[in-house]
Design a binder for this molecule. Structure first.
Ligand SMILES: Nc1nc2c(ncn2[C@@H]2O[C@H](COP(=O)(O)OP(=O)(O)OP(=O)(O)O)[C@@H](O)[C@H]2O)c(=O)[nH]1
Length: 538
């Protein structure tokens, strides 16, 4: 290319002098802009420094203390999560999934796929939503489900090659499509789930919470199982969460329950909460107790000599540990692999019936927690309903999101713990409360006000939020940080062969005692608990 003047090519080269001049002015401009920016008040306001709480501010100490408390709680929670992960790793278990899944969006929960697969770990928020959406569909599908179950039975013809190693029967369709228990339909849905489990199970494991076995037990249910299928079903009571009660309490409950049905103590899970108090029952470990249960079921399956696998249905209130029972049984076989059933600290994790094949002879059916509806009656008066709700909350059968008023539950807890000065003091100790100063004799309010202050549950202008404090107490109770248990009633033994509790429940346990004992051939299922003595501490 030729330049205008016609001499030579165009060049980007500039004289060095000019280049230096440009560089210098660019530096100067940048410096000037920086200086101006520093002076700009808008820019300064963005990095406002926290002046902290002024010295003359009233309650400064208290506010600082509350902030510290909040920090401490956050650190505790993080520590808890770390410990949980560490224990699970040490035990060779996979990372926990159930408890983490509680905050899924409601929209996600309505996702059809999740229900159809039946392997979600939904929070209870889903229960109401999905109940509403599918109440009608549920009825329609009922008959289909029954057919599917029958087909399933055919598939379960014993396969001799199939030895060892539990697996989830993914191919099996969920036995119920909707698994929710809204208030209106609780009776109907209860009937359906209960019927499906009992219809299909040869043996029913009735899981009870060791902290309140009678509270999680229904004699009507026991009677129905005994009456079903011409009395051919077998019922075993599983006293779970034994690590949350002291050995003497456990022993008394075993003695009491074994008057009616074979009963096994079980520690299905180590519980995952930091600071939860647990009692040492020596050999009654997760492995020890689940081995005993497994042996009992195997003996029964062996004695029956059926051409198909024995079905073992697991029923019980929400959160008593039904899924954990199944996981403890399957963990024996599937070392290190993931849990067969999702579990979680909140009620309502299991939302559909779920089959897990233990081996060629044993098949387990997990079911959603069912609140036996005998006491939930439409005609019940308001305060009775409130009492019932408080009772269910203390049984951990109500998911936190569905708790409308936690204060009556704390009131009931205090009433129960007051029966033992020691337990009440332990609870006060947990919150660093030295004494209660009830005005008008209302201990609960004073307790909650103090908990709110100690745990920083404060509303506007530092007003204690006692609802929030009550939820803290409920969660601590659920997770075993607050100790408490019901004690077994002392019943007179009528005779060794026909114990009193059996007569009261209307079940002929003389037959149960003599015949079933042979089938399950486990000494510890029966008798006066002497077998357990060696295993328990104290
Ligand atoms: N301390 C202790 N906790 C347990 C034991 N068994 C289960 N848990 C805990 O109890 C909680 C509920 O256990 P799940 O197995 O989910 O109970 P579920 O009955 O299947 O609950 P739903 O699905 O709500 O019906 C979980 O946080 C478990 O870790 C036990 O033996 N001891």
């Amino acid at each position: 290319m030729v330049t205008k003047s016609g001499f030579g090519k165009t060049s980007k080269r500039v004289p060095v002098r000019l280049r230096h001049k440009i560089e210098k002015s660019a530096v100067q401009k940048a410096r000037k802009q920086k200086k101006l920016a520093k002076k700009n008040p808008e820019w300064r306001s963005k990095i406002k420094k926290d002046p902290g709480i002024p010295n003359l501010f009233p309650n400064k100490d208290k506010l600082l203390h509350d902030m510290e408390e909040r920090k401490r709680m956050k650190a505790e929670e993080q520590q808890r999560i770390r410990e949980e992960a560490r224990t699970r790793k040490a035990e060779g278990l996979p990372a926990k999934t159930g408890a983490e899944a509680v905050d899924i969006d409601e929209d996600d929960l309505l996702d059809d796929d999740m229900d159809v697969e039946g392997n979600d770990s939904n929070p209870m928020a889903a229960l109401l939503a999905s109940a509403r959406a599918r109440a009608v569909e549920y009825d329609d599908n009922q008959s289909d489900d029954d057919d599917e179950m029958e087909e399933d039975e055919d598939d379960d013809e014993m396969d001799e090659d199939d030895e060892g190693g539990a697996f989830i029967d993914e191919s099996a369709p969920p036995l119920v499509n909707s698994k929710s228990f809204s208030k209106e339909s609780s009776r109907r849905q209860f009937d359906k789930v209960f019927k499906q489990v009992t219809d299909n199970a040869d043996v029913v494991l009735y899981v009870l919470d060791a902290r309140d076995p009678e509270g999680t037990r229904s004699k009507d249910i026991e009677r129905e199982i005994m009456m079903a299928d011409g009395g051919n079903k077998r019922l075993i009571l599983i006293l779970n969460k034994i690590d949350l009660v002291p050995p003497p309490v456990l022993k008394a409950w075993l003695l009491h329950l074994r008057r009616s049905f074979p009963t096994l103590p079980l520690k299905a899970s180590s519980g995952t909460t930091a600071n939860a108090h647990s009692f040492d029952h020596k050999q009654l470990t997760i492995k020890g107790t689940s081995d005993t249960l497994f042996r009992a079921l195997k003996s029964y399956a062996g004695a029956k000599q059926l051409k198909r696998a024995i079905s073992v249905g697991v029923i019980g209130y929400p959160n008593v540990g039904k899924s954990s029972v199944i996981n403890a049984l399957t963990a024996r076989l599937n070392k290190g692999s993931s849990n067969a059933c999702p579990t979680g600290a909140e009620a309502g994790v299991t939302t559909s019936l779920r089959q897990v094949k233990l081996d060629s002879r044993l098949k387990l059916i997990d079911s959603p927690g069912i609140v036996f509806p005998s006491s939930v009656d439409k005609t019940t008066k308001k305060n009775k309903k409130q009492e019932e709700q408080a009772r269910l909350i203390l049984l951990n059968a109500v998911p936190p999101k569905q708790i409308e008023d936690p204060i009556p539950a704390v009131n009931l807890l205090m009433k129960r713990l007051s029966q033992s000065e020691n337990l009440l003091n332990k609870m006060l100790e947990l919150y660093g409360i030295t004494a209660l100063f009830p005005s008008n004799g209302d201990k609960t309010t004073d307790f909650l006000v103090q908990v709110a202050r100690k745990r920083g549950r404060l509303g506007k202008r530092g007003v204690p939020n006692i609802e929030s404090a009550a939820m803290t107490v409920i969660n601590d109770w659920r997770d075993g940080r607050i100790q408490g248990w019901a004690t077994a009633p002392v019943l007179p033994v009528v005779s060794a062969d026909a114990p009193a509790a059996a007569i009261e429940s209307g079940v002929d346990t003389t037959k149960v005692v003599t015949e079933w004992a042979k089938e399950f051939s486990i000494e510890g299922l029966w008798g006066n608990g002497q077998g357990d003595d060696e295993e328990m501490a104290e």
